[in-house]
Write a protein that binds this ligand. Structure first.
Ligand code: SF4
Ligand code: SF4
Length: 141
């Protein structure tokens, strides 16, 4: 909820850019956050070209260009785009300028910021069938 406070000035899980999946009669809880997908459907479908990716890989929404059509929210496979109830524009996790507030606020350290793990299906490895998971590539903050 730390990001809902940052965005809207109040703690509200419905407005947070991260959601918690409660599974098996709430026996376990799974935080879900935007994957900053390599092939981001939200970016592809936006008719106003309001969604773009910065050099660091983070997918952003240009609030000035957004026309509030909601297509990005409909096409995100994990429902990580929300519509601002006030201005009716889309918003999503943009990683808080590289220092996610949710990670800072988590009291148990359950959340951490990691860089993507290169896999055999990563674009740079697609021609290399020998490529494997590379856990040592992972960095934490
Ligand atoms: S909002 Fe959804 S589709 Fe867009 S980058 Fe995040 S997870 Fe991928
Ligand atoms: S709601 Fe805004 S960002 Fe999303 S698809 Fe429509 S114009 Fe693009």
């Amino acid at each position: 909820m730390a990001c809902s406070f940052d965005l809207f000035g109040g703690y509200n899980p419905r407005l947070a850019r991260l959601s918690i999946l409660n599974k098996n009669e709430k026996l376990y809880h799974l935080p879900v956050v935007c994957n900053q997908c390599e092939q981001a459907y939200c970016l592809t479908v936006c008719p106003a070209k309001a969604i773009f990716r910065k050099e660091d890989g983070i997918v952003h929404i240009d609030q000035d260009r957004c026309i509030g059509c909601g297509l990005c929210a409909r096409y995100c496979p994990i429902d990580m785009i929300l519509m601002d109830p006030e201005n009716k524009k889309a918003y999503k996790c943009e990683m808080c300028q590289g220092q996610p507030l949710c990670v800072e606020a988590c009291p148990t350290g359950a959340l951490e910021l990691v860089t993507p793990v290169k896999t055999s299906s990563s674009p740079e490895n697609r021609s290399n069938p020998e490529a494997k998971f590379a856990p040592d590539d992972r960095e934490t903050n």
